[in-house]
Design a protein around this ligand. Structure first.
Ligand code: SF4
Length: 238
């Protein structure tokens, strides 16, 4: 499979724009009906707030501002940088929440199995487990995915008021739209940045520097947030 960083940026922008139009054309009522039918209710197991269950918690730019205000130490550059230039500098879109070093990689804000900033929790935390994007299933068939971790947590077939289903559907669509728009902004910015600064993505340097990172060497990573790049030096904690 071709690494995503080797796909030409204009093509990636075109694909993302196409995804955005498909998302906007998806009827919100359809998602609300699925939410109603699934009838998911959180059982407060807190597993979804751990890396063992859910990987990284990515933040929208608007959430990064909130996280920085609550505790600037709570965030880190999102994993899987998209580009690395000939000088060994990585580029990634956005931040993720840090995890603690307990066995399951609990979220930085999880304490005694409860979110200690619940009233200010982030967009992804608010919409989870609902989602609305197209991705391949285990057989490679690309289709809409609407609910994450089905049958793996929580209770099902509970009664959810219609107004809450509509609200969750609207919020989910808003979140997915913001994600794609953030990705498009990043790609447009990088296209211009590469040409203005005479730098380019070099896959061999990317692979070499990722290996160095895995050996706990420091890497430089520029994080795209709010329309600009923020400079970081990081080491793997693994
Ligand atoms: S911020 Fe709160 S709700 Fe969101 S992942 Fe962390 S503990 Fe869970």
């Amino acid at each position: 499979m071709v690494p995503v960083s080797l796909i030409p940026i204009p093509l990636r922008i075109a694909v993302a724009e196409c995804e955005l139009s498909e998302l906007l054309a998806y009827p919100q009522e359809q998602l609300a009906a699925i939410i109603k039918e699934v009838g998911f209710r959180c059982e407060l197991c807190s597993r979804c707030c751990t890396r063992a269950f859910n990987g990284h918690v990515f933040l929208l730019d608007r959430d990064v501002a909130i996280a920085k205000e609550i505790d600037p130490e709570s965030i880190e550059p999102a994993p899987y940088p998209e580009f690395c230039d000939q000088n060994g500098t990585f580029y990634v879109s956005g931040y993720a929440l840090k995890a603690t070093d307990d066995d399951c990689g609990s979220c930085y804000f999880l304490e005694n199995n409860r979110c200690r900033i619940y009233g200010k929790r982030f967009s992804i935390c608010r919409v989870y487990p609902y989602m609305l994007h197209r991705e391949p299933d285990e057989r490679g068939k690309v289709d809409w995915r609407q609910v994450a971790g089905l049958d793996e947590h929580g209770e099902y077939n509970t009664e959810i008021p219609e107004s809450l289903c509509q609200e969750a559907a609207a919020e989910t669509r808003d979140y997915e739209t913001a994600c794609i728009m953030q990705e498009i902004s990043f790609l447009v910015f990088m296209q211009d940045y590469f040409s203005r600064n005479q730098v380019r993505h070099v896959q061999k340097i990317y692979d070499d520097r990722m290996r160095a990172f895995a050996r706990s060497e420091e890497i430089r990573i520029m994080v795209f947030c709010d329309g600009r790049l923020e400079d970081h030096r990081i080491r793997s904690s693994r």
